[in-house]
Design a protein around this ligand. Structure first.
Ligand SMILES: O=C(O)CCC(=O)C(=O)O
Ligand SMILES: [Fe+2]
Length: 340
């Protein structure tokens, strides 16, 4: 196993060569503006009038930006802070303790790795460690999760349940807005739910390194707790914009499957992560993913003579294969599934 960046970077004062990206793939020195980040107040969706207004805001943000932030979402702030603390504790543990996480799960459902899963073949590494494991149904997954720090399972278990409810509530609003039948996303389309934690340690030279490459999320939707440190950027109208770090908010990122289902009424956001030289940054992603056998296609309710389907039906596992082959080439991946 390659050593996790979080296990050695504290003593490093210049960026190792294997982390230096070619100029065209670097973040550059320009600090993008956090302009017009769409922010949705979910509290407003409780009465009928507010609900339809909120739904329209979500659809507009999903169409124009491919992401939005939600505030007043009902998830306890204490729980969000506790989850963040436990995960910071996890990455601060000694390397030997973290390495044990691999050994307990031979099926590799719980994965701890550095950079990407292609570490051995990639030319340049990302300044990032990741811990990913399934969360749903919780009782079947808990025993795969790290045992340390001791509060890990309890706190992240509660966090996963709350966030799963929240994201399904947001999907219900999207359903209503698009005119899809109630519960459209409740079953096969959200069968796999993963927690994916990213650790981007303080970086000696953020202008040369990257936290994560330019990509779209292949799944249905991702809900991310970014915390109060920026680093996430979205490509919008030909330039990178920062996703403003709002400490109590979640960032909702539309994935490729939701773009397909909505027949382009919602767009997936192309995004990347830059590093910083001041502090470690931890983010908690929660991925809503279709079952691997599931066929995904534009929803029938959205198709008529004036609105022909843009995409063909494809099995999710097949889509993932194409995604892995053309990593970082969002347009090319989506092109493979277009009709005509
Ligand atoms: O850590 C972040 O800010 C974004 C992470 C992300 O894009 C991902 O895990 O797919
Ligand atoms: Fe992502």
């Amino acid at each position: 196993m390659a050593m996790l960046v979080s296990s050695w970077s504290k003593d490093v004062y210049s960026l190792p060569e294997t982390y230096v990206f070619p100029p065209d793939q670097r973040a550059g020195d320009l600090i993008p503006l956090a302009c017009n980040n769409p922010i949705i107040d979910l509290n407003k969706a409780v009465d009928n009038h507010g609900r339809s207004e909120t739904i329209q805001q979500i659809l507009k943000a999903g169409r124009e930006f491919g992401f939005f932030q939600v505030i007043n979402h009902g998830t306890s702030q204490t729980l969000m802070n506790e989850a963040m603390e436990v995960l910071k504790e996890f990455f601060d543990m000694p390397a030997e303790v973290k390495e044990r996480v691999f050994k307990v799960d031979s099926s590799k459902k719980c994965r701890l790795y550095t950079s990407t899963l292609n570490y051995d073949t990639e030319e340049v590494h990302f300044w990032r460690d990741n811990l990913t494991h399934p969360c749903h149904p919780l009782e079947d997954c808990l025993q795969l999760w790290p045992e340390n720090p001791p509060r890990y399972r309890e706190v992240l278990g509660k966090y996963s349940v709350e966030v799963s409810k929240l994201v399904l509530r947001i999907l219900d609003l999207i359903c209503e807005g698009l005119g899809l039948e109630n519960g459209y996303f409740a079953d096969e389309l959200s069968q796999v739910q993963l927690l994916s934690v990213n650790q981007y340690p303080r970086c000696p030279d953020p202008s040369l390194a990257m936290g994560m490459h330019r990509h779209c999320d292949p799944n249905v939707v991702t809900i991310l707790k970014q915390g109060d440190i920026d680093g996430l950027q979205v490509f919008k109208d030909g330039q990178w914009i920062s996703v403003e770090p709002l400490p109590n908010a979640f960032v909702v990122i539309i994935g490729c499957q939701l773009q397909i289902i909505s027949n382009d009424k919602l767009k997936s956001a192309e995004h990347r992560v830059v590093t910083n030289s001041e502090v470690d940054r931890t983010t908690i992603g929660y991925f809503i993913i279709p079952s691997y056998e599931c066929f995904v296609e534009p929803a029938k309710n959205l198709i008529d003579d004036c609105n022909p389907p843009i995409y063909k039906a494809s099995q999710y596992k097949e889509f993932l294969g194409t995604y892995a082959e053309k990593i970082g080439e969002y347009e090319a991946v989506m092109e493979c599934y277009k009709l005509q």
